[in-house]
Design a protein around this ligand. Sequence first.
Ligand code: SF4
Ligand code: MG
Length: 336
Amino acid sequence: NDVVLKVEHLVKRYPIKKGVFGKSKQYVHALEDVSFELHRGETFAIVGESGCGKSTTGKCVLRLTEPTEGKVLLDGEDFTALSGQDLTRARQKMKLIFQDPYSSLNPRMTVADIIAEPIDIAGTYKTRAERDARVEEVMQAVGLDLSYKYRYPHEFSGGQRQRIGIARAIVLVPEIVVCDEPVSALDVSVQAKVINLLEKLQDELGLSYVFISHDLSVVKHISDTVMVMYLGHQMELASKEELFENPLHPYTQALLDVIPRIADERIQGKKILQGDVPSPTNPPTGCAFSTRCPKCMQVCRERAPEAIEVTPGHTCTCHLFDKNLSEAERRLALDP
Ligand code: SF4
Ligand code: MG
C-alpha cells in the first residue's frame, strides 16, 4: 500500500520561564525525533503511558500545535509548509476523533447540525435537501437512528456520542482520521462496538487511521503497525504481529507484562514498571528509559540510543541492539 502520511523527525519543545531573572531557557521536551509512515487503508497505532507524547504527536500531525522541528508529508506534499487556502484544503484530508465525545460536541447544536457542520463550512452541497440526505447517509453508516436527528448530545450515552463524533469526522470522507483515545472513556462492552465500527468504516471508505491509545489490548485488535513511545521518544516500531510476538525493547516488554492475563502475572508485571516517569522538563541523560530499565547498562546513562532497524521494518531505540559497544559500555549500570 502506498504511503499516505509520512512523519519525519518531529520535535516539539515548549519553552518555560525559569525564575524572574533566569536567562537560560528551559524546555519541556514533549517530542524528540519521532518518524513513521502510515500506509493507505491501514491503522498505525501510537502507544504509551500518559504524558509520553502520543497526543502531542497527533496534534503536530494535524498542526493543531506547530512542531518545533520536522516534517509532515500528506500524500507526498509538505503539510508543515502549507498556509492559507492550501492549508485549509489539505486539512480536509485529515480529521480528528477525540477521547471525550461529550466535551467535543456543542451542547446547543442538534445531532444533524453537528454532523453537517464540516459540510456547511465547506459549502459542499448547494441544496438543503442534498445536505440533509448526506447527513442521513452518514448517520446510517455509523449506526445512529434517524429519529435522533433533532435531538441534542446530552440525551445520548457515551457510545452514541462517540458515533456522532465519528459521523462528523467522516462526513467529508477524509483520507486520514487521527483517533485520540477514542474508546478510553467508554465502558468495555461499548468499546468493542466502536472499534468494530471504526474497522467497518475503514474498509468501506478506505480510511487510514493514526490510532492513539494507552491500551495495548485495544491496539492489538485494531492496528497494523505499532509505535511505542516513552517520554517523548519513539522506543520501538514494528508490525503488530512482530511487536506482540517478539517485543525487543525493555519498555515494550514491561508494557506487555502489565496487560492483565491472570491476576498473579499482573502483580508481577507491575513491579517491572516501578518508579515514576521522569519529568519532561528534566529528562535523564542518555536513554530516556534508563531510570526505570531493568537492563540499564553503563552506556545508557551516558548517551541516548539511536533507532536501530533490528530486522526489516522492526526498529528499536535501545543500546542492547548496538553491535559496536565496548565491554565497558556493556557493563550493567549500578543502581543510581
Ligand atoms: Fe534500557 Fe539501555 Fe535499552 Fe535504554 S538503552 S532501554 S536503558 S538497555
Ligand atoms: Mg484494519
